[in-house]
Write a protein of this length. Structure first.
Length: 83
């Protein structure tokens, strides 16, 4: 899949250069990705230290919601950069 994604991104970049458009900053993607990685590491460490993490069903839904939001933010930011 990474080959396909890299091909699409390269084509989008080449198309923008051919059209004379400016290159968009990739900073939003790197920031969203770094936050997602940090969250994943924190959840993993806490999960290893506390076998009952998260303690309640509501907390589990909260962790899942934050995870989904962070993945969506990373996905949206890379689409923004590519388009």
């Amino acid at each position: 899949m990474s080959l396909t994604l890299s091909t699409i991104l390269a084509a989008a970049e080449h198309g923008a250069e051919a059209a004379g458009e400016e290159h968009k900053s990739e900073a939003p993607f790197f920031i969203a990705g770094a936050i997602l990685v940090a969250f994943a590491i924190i959840v993993s460490v806490v999960g290893f230290k506390k076998p009952d993490f998260p303690g309640t069903a509501g907390a589990a839904r909260g962790v899942m919601a934050v995870s989904i939001a962070l993945v969506a933010a990373a996905a949206v930011s890379i689409v923004y950069v590519a388009v």
